[in-house]
Every structure is written in C-alpha cells, then in structure tokens.
Design a protein around this ligand. Structure first.
Ligand code: PLP
Length: 442
C-alpha cells in the first residue's frame, strides 16, 4: 500500500495492504468469498480470462479474492514483488522448487531443514529426476563447490529448527548470484516482522503460514513471494518456463506478457498450482489474514519470552546446552544480532544434562520423564502456535533421519525443541523449572 509516494510501515501494512473496503457491502474486515467458482459477465469475458489476457476470478483452485488480499499483504510486508498463496508450507516449497528446477534441474540445499522439506527433496524430488545436494549451511565453500551447470536454485531456512542455525543470507545469496541462480529462503521461523530477507539478498521466499503468520495454530497455509530481485532475463535459456512461448499461454512467453514483476508468480499459479491443485481455502486465507494483523505484536512477545526462557534454561544444572542465538555464547550470536535487530526468533532447542555414556534409549527415557511432567508446555509437532510447544525431534519430526543426517542437523537423542508462545513467560519458566527438578539427572 502506497499513497502519494509515501510507503507505510509494517504495522500499518499488516492491517491494510491489499484491501480497500468497497462495494457492494463496504466490509471493513476482509470478506471471505466461500464459493468454488465465479460467474462471468459474458462469454467474451470468460474467453479473455481463460487466455490470461484479463485478470479475474474463475475457479477457487486458481485463486480467490480473500487469497489475493493475503498475497498482496504478505508481498508488501516482505518488501515488494508478488506472491502466490497455497494450502500449506509444504506446497509452497514444492511449487517454487518445481518452477525453477522441475525440468531435471539440480538444487543445492542446506542440510538443516524442516523434516518435510528433507523428505520432499531427498525422496519425492529424486523420484521426479530432480537431484538435490545437501550442504552444511555454514560452509560457504561447500555451497560454492556443490553448484553444477544444471543447478537452478539454492535453498535454505533463515533460522533452521530445531537448533536455530542462523543463515548468513548475504553470503549464500552472493554465491547463488555468482552461479546465476536465485536464493530461495524458507522464512517461516524468521517472519517478515523480524527480518526483511530482501534487504539481505534473498530472491524468493517461501513460508509455512501455518506457523507464526497465522499464529493461532488453527489453519494450514503457505506462500511463495517473488521479491522481483533476481534477473531471470540475464540467461533466458535457463528458464524455459518463463521465456519459451507456450501453447497454454497463447504461445507468448510469460516474461513478455507479465514482466519481471509478475512472470514467476503467474508461472506458479497458472501452471504448477493449477495443475497440482494445492489450493488455499478462502476460510484459511481469512484466518491467516487475521493472524497477519497482529504479527509484529506477537513476534515481539514471542522473541522476548523465548530469550527469557532460554536464559533460565542456560543457567539450570539440569540442562547441558541451550541453542538460542540470543545467548552470548551461541556461535550464531553475532550473525543473529546483525540480521535480527528486532528480536531473535523464538524456536530453539536445548539438551537435558546426561551422563556422557547415555545411549539413545536412555536419552529418550530421560526426555520422556521430563516432557510428561510439563503442564503449560504442550507436546505437539508444530511451531509458531500462540501456545508454547515442545517436541523431541529424534523420535518425532526427524524420526526417519539417519544418524549421519541427525548429526548434520545437530540433533541428539537428548535434544528438545521449544516454540515459545504467548503465555506469561514467568509461568513458562515455572513449568520448566518444576519439570526439570522432578525429572532429576539422566
Ligand atoms: C511447518 C514447516 C514447513 C511446512 O509447512 P506446512 O504448512 O506444515 O506444510 C516448512 N518449513 C518450515 C520451516 C516449517 O516449520
């Protein structure tokens, strides 16, 4: 949303961008258009819309007015460009990656990724002939060495869970740009309230809006935002989906018809989302918009409470290590301070103190005794909820990883992940303190 050259700040954009109340009902809140399809004014109109010569609503798998507001608002918060919303974060990563690398391309990805992304890249994408090389996200030489002539994107999370590795976005973006490909970041944990990845060199953002953007743990959703920074036109032969004329789009290249602002998003919507079908429901789009309205307020509470909880755990003898980049001893502390001046994301991990020779079963039993004593903190395989959630990655979200993959992601059988919610942080600390004291040493 801009007015007379003035651009509004995020707290204003998260309430207004993408929607101006208007006819027929002047609803000040964003309406939900709960309809599967839309009536055309005329057959001529229908023809123009199907041919992508005229924008408009056709069928809700292709988009809805509520979703369009969500897309505009999210793009505004990320700093511009255009967005495509989908039914889950998983679908966002899928369509973004397919649009870039779907024709037998190669992906270089961080080895510290959400478990569902690892499965997608390591299993389903391999089935489809898309090869993925995983690298230590901190090892810049490894990123550079993994690039091949067929590489079409670099992929990483801004802050990877469970152990909160902080990506040096600028350094990896520079490597991507030297290779002539975009850097795609999953900014689910960072959120646009804490970091504008565009300012650090990222080109395309994917979100699981299920998490902090929705914020209430009620609704799945995802989005891909093309920040408009990557110059696809520098090597058009690499991106046939954008530059080859295609029979589906009137034999006109999408780049010619929609330009730098809209071509990639149109490719996502008109091909991958339309064909694969991961649509966002109008009702979920509405709930995600409600979440966005308070994003910056909630993130401020999440981050402050997480730091208070992490500091408490760090000082407790029942805890061996706390992986929170806000702690001065954390290896990502300086990088986090530099990139996240408004607060460090609130998903982090810690390890219960144990004898050095504890094996996986003993560590699991120790973790189980601790978790079963928690009251306020809930055992849930999710993050970004208004409630505080704990999970045991080795037996839950990352349960099928090999020992080598677990080690690469910094996960042990004593690792517990916390997503700190919006409760009074003193109640959270008291809950954790009581459970730690009752559990005793491993
Ligand atoms: C949850 C999550 C996803 C997947 O999102 P869904 O909405 O569950 O499909 C992707 N990346 C990260 C970092 C996540 O936490």
């Amino acid at each position: 949303m801009t007015s007379a050259g003035h651009s509004y700040s995020p707290a204003t954009l998260q309430l207004h961008a993408g929607y101006t109340p208007g006819t027929p009902h002047n609803s000040v809140a964003t309406p939900i258009y709960q309809t599967s399809a839309y009536q055309f004014a005329s057959l001529e109109d229908a023809r123009e819309m199907f041919a992508l010569r005229k924008a408009g609503n056709i069928y809700s798998r292709n988009g809805t007015p509520t979703q369009a507001i969500f897309e505009k608002r999210l793009a505004a918060l990320e700093g511009g460009g255009s967005a495509a919303a989908v039914g889950s974060g998983q679908a966002a990563t899928t369509v973004a990656s397919l649009a870039l690398a779907g024709r037998g391309g190669h992906i270089v990805a961080s080895s510290s990724l959400y478990g569902g992304t690892v499965d997608l890249f390591d299993d389903t994408f391999r089935d489809l002939g898309i090869d993925v090389t995983f690298v230590d996200p901190d090892d810049l030489a490894a990123w550079r060495d993994a690039v091949r002539p067929t590489t079409r994107l670099l992929f990483a999370e801004t802050v990877a869970n469970p152990i909160a590795q902080v990506l040096d976005i600028r350094a990896v973006a520079d490597i991507a740009h030297d290779a002539g490909v975009p850097l795609v970041v999953d900014n689910t944990v960072g959120t646009p309230a804490l970091i504008r990845v565009k300012d650090h060199g990222a080109d395309i953002v994917v979100h699981s809006a299920t998490k902090f953007i929705g914020g209430h743990g009620t609704s799945l959703g995802g989005a891909v935002i093309d920040l408009g920074t990557f110059d696809f036109a520098a090597e058009p032969e690499r991106w046939p989906g954008l530059f080859e004329p295609h029979w589906r789009f009137g034999d006109v290249p999408l780049w010619e018809a929609f330009g730098r602002e809209g071509a990639f998003t149109t490719l996502l919507k008109s091909k991958y989302i339309a064909d694969l079908g991961p649509a966002l429901s109008p009702f979920n789009a509405f709930q995600l918009l409600e979440g966005l309205e308070t994003l910056d307020l909630r993130m401020a509470r999440h981050t402050a409470s997480a730091l208070q909880v992490a500091t408490f755990l760090d000082e407790h003898p029942g805890v061996r290590v706390v992986h929170h980049p806000g702690l001065a001893t954390n290896r990502y502390h300086a990088s986090a301070q530099r990139q996240y001046p408004k607060g460090i994301p609130s998903v982090f991990a810690f390890e219960l103190a144990q004898p050095d020779d504890a094996d996986a079963e003993e560590s699991f039993a120790h973790a189980a005794r601790f978790i079963d004593r928690l009251d306020v903190v809930k055992l849930v395989a999710n993050i970004g909820d208004a409630r505080t959630l704990v999970c045991h990655p080795a037996s839950m979200t990352h349960n099928h990883m090999t020992p080598a993959q677990l080690a690469a992601a910094g996960i042990t059988w004593a690792t517990l992940r916390l997503s700190v919610g919006l409760e009074d942080p003193d109640d959270l600390v008291a809950d954790l303190a009581r459970a730690l004291d009752e559990t005793g040493a491993g």
